[in-house]
Design a protein around this ligand. Structure first.
Ligand SMILES: *[C@@H]1O[C@H](CO)[C@@H](O)[C@H](O)[C@H]1NC(C)=O
Ligand SMILES: *[C@@H]1O[C@H](CO)[C@@H](O)[C@H](O)[C@H]1NC(C)=O
Ligand SMILES: *[C@@H]1O[C@H](CO)[C@@H](O)[C@H](O)[C@H]1NC(C)=O
Ligand SMILES: *[C@@H]1O[C@H](CO)[C@@H](O)[C@H](O)[C@H]1NC(C)=O
Ligand SMILES: *[C@@H]1O[C@H](CO)[C@@H](O)[C@H](O)[C@H]1NC(C)=O
Ligand SMILES: *[C@@H]1O[C@H](CO)[C@@H](O)[C@H](O)[C@H]1NC(C)=O
Ligand SMILES: *[C@@H]1O[C@H](CO)[C@@H](O)[C@H](O)[C@H]1NC(C)=O
Ligand SMILES: *[C@@H]1O[C@H](CO)[C@@H](O)[C@H](O)[C@H]1NC(C)=O
Ligand SMILES: *[C@@H]1O[C@H](CO)[C@@H](O)[C@H](O)[C@H]1NC(C)=O
Ligand SMILES: *[C@@H]1O[C@H](CO)[C@@H](O)[C@H](O)[C@H]1NC(C)=O
Ligand SMILES: *[C@@H]1O[C@H](CO)[C@@H](O)[C@H](O)[C@H]1NC(C)=O
Ligand SMILES: *[C@@H]1O[C@H](CO)[C@@H](O)[C@H](O)[C@H]1NC(C)=O
Length: 626
């Protein structure tokens, strides 16, 4: 708190010197999307700068890749409204591998908005990413994602790999995104015992053999200096994309409003013994900053007020006009349904794209998730009792309270019983609960809006396969709290949100628990914004942001493995804006990242100011503050 006040003081003094207070017209504040202005394209003072998202290095980064497959190189210039770029995929010939990394290298120079991007393999999404906004000197970045969980697809020949990046280039928007996509294949068996964590068998001899192999791999992990392999679960045997089929606008479903439901019919193989749906989500347009959207009633009142005070067509007024569409309050939930019934939901982590809030925050470190948006897993094994009838079941997505637009799709990960053609399953019990409370108060342009929502889903069912008869339970408890306040005639806005999500998967056999995963996540967000009119139709904005995620994961098999991730960003700064273009400004961002499990630690501290990296310190030591 103290630091923030110190950062703010010089700015406020500066602003009060140059702004005659009487000229302040009441604005309707909004988080918005901006483009950085490149001051002189022909005066490139330095070489291109590397941008990055802070994450922990992939465990097999230190190993040489056994095989490398450069699959696509493309310059995305005028690709707006065009279908994705597609090439044919086959894994490298005569290469044994256990793990695969997807690498995306991008460079761009000039002026350009940030863009959303995804890569699909036969319609199954492998990564959702977004671009950094370039500068006159140019920027580049390198994304690496572990895509081993898609191994069953990656092992197949003659698939179609597609990438979508809608860009627009003219005299003003000069940035062309140059993209290279490469797959890197690693063979973990060459180094450690394969850490397969299949559904444990009822057979005790088998179990004890598994215990041994797990133990061996852990011993080898400790020995292995460069890091270690996560105890990844065995990748699914079959991945069915739940995505838009044959649509030229990409494989994602475009969800335009709260009643827009997108569905796909799927037949599940009758020998499926485990099922997980992985959901990819991003939000755009009027819902890009959904967590800061006020109620429609407030916007309507503000609009009426604005009509009275309408003066000229300056950019300050323009901003207000645009922002009127960004309403519908601040609660959103992506609902995942089977045959019309909600089986789970996602309140997405608020990923802020590089043009968001203040684009100067995101130089050279981008916001959490901007280069690798999180996907969300929902365990569907207990529903197999419904799904194994050989009939078509409808999987659908909807965004509660959503406005235009959301890009949503999913991958259905299925594990198949090799020893049987048909597995029996039955739902034992299910009990969904949902509550939502809203409180609105406003007077003039000042106001306070609060929303609280809670959802609880519980389901269990048994699955009898050749491995035995197991009872699987899934529970999800989601708590959502959001508060938006407007002060000083609406010129000051405060957004505070907290999402808490707890999911638990349990596998029991004869009443004995043999496997469980508990994941607890919180992601609090805080944004404050203040707007002042500037000269010549410009306006000044000062903003501070705190965005973070904390995740505790406990996996219990024969042993217990606990991991903790804490990733937080704090930014503050100001900017002078005309329309959506940032003319000048200043910003600083500080990020703390720490990850710990029973065996390894990684922490990194990054500090950047006005585009310059002041500190970037990483350590693998298991120190104190976690
Ligand atoms: C940069 O130089 C090119 C070629 O000389 C010229 O066409 C362009 O207008 C210049 N851009 C700016 C912003 O001065
Ligand atoms: C180029 O930009 C730098 C830094 O903004 C400035 O100091 C320098 O005078 C500029 N050079 C030219 C030729 O405009
Ligand atoms: C992309 O553009 C750059 C610069 O114009 C050029 O060097 C490169 O060959 C292009 N790449 C592709 C794949 O067309
Ligand atoms: C496949 O790789 C193995 C080991 O690297 C090699 O001995 C074998 O000759 C290769 N086979 C073919 C068909 O290239
Ligand atoms: C993409 O690959 C080409 C050819 O290897 C290379 O010239 C180019 O610099 C690469 N671009 C990026 C952004 O890595
Ligand atoms: C893949 O496609 C190529 C060219 O169409 C064909 O020659 C090859 O047999 C196909 N491979 C498989 C496994 O279908
Ligand atoms: C359970 O599954 C096994 C293996 O598929 C099968 O042999 C057995 O008959 C099943 N049990 C019942 C009660 O159906
Ligand atoms: C599997 O186990 C459950 C619970 O123990 C039991 O109710 C069910 O009948 C069993 N199913 C089979 C096929 O044996
Ligand atoms: C708020 O705006 C109204 C007109 O819209 C004006 O009369 C009032 O003085 C303003 N209040 C403050 C504190 O600026
Ligand atoms: C994670 O665990 C730590 C230490 O046990 C605890 O302080 C923290 O509140 C937990 N966070 C979440 C999101 O559950
Ligand atoms: C505002 O515009 C006028 C006329 O174009 C110009 O003289 C003045 O310098 C501008 N002021 C600022 C702060 O840009
Ligand atoms: C960088 O961060 C580390 C870890 O917090 C700290 O120990 C170090 O003093 C910082 N360095 C600078 C130059 O701020």
């Amino acid at each position: 708190m103290k630091i923030k006040i110190q950062n703010f003081l010089p700015l406020l003094i500066f602003l009060s010197l140059i702004i005659p207070l009487h000229s302040i017209t009441p604005p309707i504040l909004h988080q918005s999307h901006f483009k950085k202005h490149t001051f002189d394209e022909n005066n490139t003072t330095s070489s291109p700068q590397e941008y990055f998202e802070v994450t922990k290095p992939l465990p097999f980064n230190g190993l040489g890749a056994k095989c490398t497959l450069p699959i696509l190189s493309h310059n995305f210039s005028n690709t707006y409204g065009l279908p994705p770029i597609s090439v044919s995929y086959s894994p490298p010939f005569n290469c044994t591998w256990t793990h695969v990394t997807l690498e995306i290298k991008v460079s761009c120079q000039g002026e350009q908005y940030d863009r959303i991007t995804a890569v699909w393999l036969n319609g199954a999404e492998l990564i959702r990413t977004s671009t950094a906004e370039p500068t006159g000197d140019g920027v580049f970045w390198n994304i690496q994602k572990d895509v081993s969980r898609y191994s069953s697809l990656l092992a197949q020949d003659n698939l179609t790999l597609s990438i979508m990046l809608e860009n627009f280039v003219n005299d003003v928007f000069t940035g062309v995104y140059q993209v290279n996509v490469t797959f890197l294949y690693y063979d973990a068996n060459a180094i450690i015992v394969s850490p397969s964590l299949v559904l444990p068998s009822e057979n005790s001899r088998l179990s004890s053999r598994k215990l041994k192999s797990v133990d061996n791999s852990i011993e080898l992990k400790v020995d292995y200096e460069k890091g270690s392999f996560d105890l990844h679960e065995k990748p699914a045997d079959l991945i069915i994309p739940i995505s838009e089929v044959g649509y030229e606008g990409g494989f994602w479903f475009r969800i335009q409003n709260e009643s827009d439901v997108h569905s796909m019919g799927v037949i599940i193989p009758r020998n499926t013994y485990r099922a997980v749906i992985e959901v990819y989500v991003s939000f755009h347009g009027n819902d890009e900053f959904w967590y800061s959207n006020p109620p429609d009633s407030y916007l309507k009142m503000a609009n009426d007020d604005e009509v009275q005070h309408k003066n000229s067509s300056d950019s300050y007024a323009n901003m207000k006009k645009v922002s009127l569409e960004r309403g519908h309050s601040a609660y959103r939930e992506v609902l995942v349904m089977i045959d019309g019934n909600v089986v789970g939901s996602v309140v997405p982590f608020p990923v802020i794209f590089t043009g968001g809030i203040n684009p100067l925050f995101w130089e050279p470190v981008v916001s959490i998730g901007a280069f690798n948006l999180p996907s969300y897993d929902i365990e569907l094994t207990p529903y197999l009792g419904l799904l194994l009838d050989g009939k078509v079941h409808s999987f659908s997505f909807q965004v509660a309270d959503g406005i235009s637009f959301w890009l949503v799709d999913a991958n259905l990960h299925l594990w198949l019983d090799a020893g049987s053609k048909e597995v029996q399953a039955r739902i034992v019990k299910s009990s969904p609960e949902f509550s939502l409370e809203r409180e609105l108060k406003f007077e003039g342009l000042d106001g306070k809006f609060e929303i609280e929502a809670e959802r609880e889903t519980k389901i269990s069912g048994w699955v009898n396969s050749t491995a035995g008869n197991f009872t699987a339970s899934f529970s999800q408890k989601l708590k959502f709290k959001n508060k938006i306040e407007f002060h000083n005639n609406g010129t000051q806005k405060l957004v505070e949100q907290k999402v808490k999500d707890k999911t638990e998967v349990k596998i029991e056999s004869s009443g004995k628990m043999i496997y469980s995963t508990i994941i607890k996540r919180t992601y609090p967000l805080k944004v404050t914004t203040e707007t002042f009119p500037g000269e010549n139709g410009t306006y000044l904005m000062s903003t501070s942001l705190e965005n973070s995620i904390e995740e505790n994961k406990t996996v219990k098999t024969i042993r217990k493995v606990k991991s903790t991730l804490k990733n937080s960003q704090k930014s503050s700064g100001w900017m002078s804006v005309k329309d959506h273009e940032v003319l000048s400004g200043g910003a600083n961002t500080r990020q703390n990242y720490s990850y710990k499990n029973g065996l390894e630690c990684y922490s990194r501290v990054v500090a950047a100011e006005n585009g310059i990296l002041l500190n970037d310190t990483a350590t693998l030591l298991c120190a104190t503050s976690l």
